[in-house]
Design a protein around this ligand. Structure first.
Ligand code: NDP
Length: 296
C-alpha cells in the first residue's frame, strides 16, 4: 500500500482563502476588520521568522496586523500593561504572545492576562478548561489544524481508535481532547508508556507530537491508518540540514492509508488556524455566527 499524502500546504491555502472570503464579507456587510496583535519580546531568531510570517499572512487575508516588538529586558509590568491595552482595544480581536518568553518573564501569568475571548492561541487556562469540558473555546492552532485535516480526509471520526503520542499542553493534550470531542476512542502515550509500538499499532489515527526525529518506525503503523506527524526536527543528513518529522516517513508511507509529510503537512496549518481563530474571535465579539468549518 502507498499512503495518500495529506497536503497541508494546499489545505492551509484553502483555509486562508475561506478566511479571506469571510473577512471580505465582514468588511462589506458590517464594516468590520478582524485584527490580530502579535507581541514579540526579544530577538529569538526563530520567533522573529514566525512573527514575520504571521504578520504577512494576516495582511494577505485582509485582516489588520498589529505587531508589538519589545526589548529583551522588558519588565513583566510593562508587558502586562501592553496586554491590558490590547484587551481593551476594540480593533484587536486576537492577541498572541510569541513563546518562548525570556526567562525573567512568567509565561503563565502573561498568557492568563490575555482576555480569553481574544486568546487565539487557546493557551489561557479558561480556554483549556472549556475545551476539557467540551464547551465552546478558543482551540490551540496546531491541534485544530490536525483536526481539520482529519475531518477533511475521513468525514466523521466517531468510533475510530486514536493514539496521540506526546502529552504537551500545546499539542498532545488538546489534540486528545479534540479527538475525544469527535467521539474517537483516545489513548495518550508519552515517555513512560510501556510498549509504545504495541499501543501505536492499535491506532486508526496516529498523531505523533514528540520532537524526536523519525522515532516512530513504519512497523508501528497499523495498515491503512492515518498518520498525522506534528514533529518538526532539524537534522543533518548527507551533509545537509533537513527537516524531518517524528515518524519515519518512508517506512510509514508504505503501510499507512494516509500521511502528512514534513515539511508541508501540519506546519502550514498552524498559521492558517491562527487566522481562522482570529476571524472566529471577531465574529463572537460582534455577536455574529461563527464561520462554518473553521472551528472545532
Ligand atoms: P514537548 O517537548 O512539550 O512534548 C513532547 C512530548 O513527547 C512529551 O509529552 C513527552 O513525554 C513525549 N515524549 C518524549 N520522548 C518520548 C518517547 N521516547 N516516547 C514517547 N513519548 C515521548 O513538545 P511539543 O508538544 O511542544 O512539540 C512536539 C513536536 O511538535 C516538536 O517536534 C515540535 O517542534 C512540533 N511542533 C510543531 C508545530 C507545528 O506547527 N507543526 C507546533 C508545535 C510543535 P513526557 O511528557 O513523558 O516527557
Amino acid at each position: 500500500m502507498t499512503a495518500t499524502i495529506i497536503d497541508g500546504k494546499a489545505f492551509a491555502a484553502k483555509v486562508r482563502a475561506e478566511v479571506a472570503e469571510h473577512v471580505a464579507r465582514l468588511k462589506e456587510e458590517r464594516g468590520l476588520v478582524p485584527g490580530l496583535a502579535v507581541v514579540l519580546v526579544g530577538e529569538n531568531p526563530a520567533s522573529q521568522v514566525y512573527v514575520k510570517s504571521k504578520g504577512k499572512q494576516t495582511v494577505e487575508v485582509g485582516m489588520a496586523s498589529f505587531e508589538h516588538k519589545l526589548d529583551r529586558d522588558t519588565s513583566e509590568a510593562d508587558l502586562l500593561a501592553l496586554i491590558d491595552r490590547l484587551n481593551a482595544d476594540p480593533a484587536v480581536h486576537g492577541i498572541l504572545v510569541q513563546l518562548p518568553l525570556p526567562s525573567h518573564l512568567n509565561s503563565e501569568l502573561v498568557i492568563n492576562r490575555i482576555d480569553p475571548a481574544k486568546d487565539v492561541d487557546g493557551f489561557h487556562i479558561s480556554n483549556v478548561g472549556l475545551l476539557g469540558t467540551g464547551q465552546k473555546s478558543m482551540v490551540p492552532c496546531t491541534p485544530l489544524g490536525c483536526l481539520m485535516m482529519l475531518r477533511d480526509h475521513h468525514g466523521k471520526l466517531a468510533g475510530m481508535e486514536a493514539v496521540v503520542v506526546g502529552r504537551s499542553n500545546i499539542v498532545g493534550k488538546p489534540m486528545a481532547q479534540l479527538l475525544l470531542g469527535d467521539s474517537c476512542t483516545v489513548t495518550i502515550a508519552h515517555s513512560r508508556t510501556k510498549d509504545l509500538g504495541e499501543v501505536c499499532r492499535r491506532a486508526d489515527i496516529l498523531v505523533a507530537a514528540v520532537g524526536r526525529p523519525e522515532m516512530i518506525p513504519g512497523d508501528w503503523v497499523k495498515p491503512g491508518a492515518t498518520v498525522i506527524d506534528v514533529g518538526i526536527n532539524r537534522i543533518e543528513r548527507d551533509g545537509k540540514q533537513v527537516l524531518v518529522g517524528d515518524v519515519d516517513y518512508a517506512g510509514a508511507a508504505k503501510v499507512a492509508g494516509a500521511i502528512t509529510p514534513v515539511p508541508g503537512g501540519v506546519g502550514p496549518m498552524t498559521i492558517a488556524c491562527l487566522l481562522a481563530n482570529t476571524l472566529t474571535a471577531c465574529c463572537r465579539a460582534n455577536g455574529l455566527p461563527e464561520p462554518e468549518g473553521l472551528t472545532a
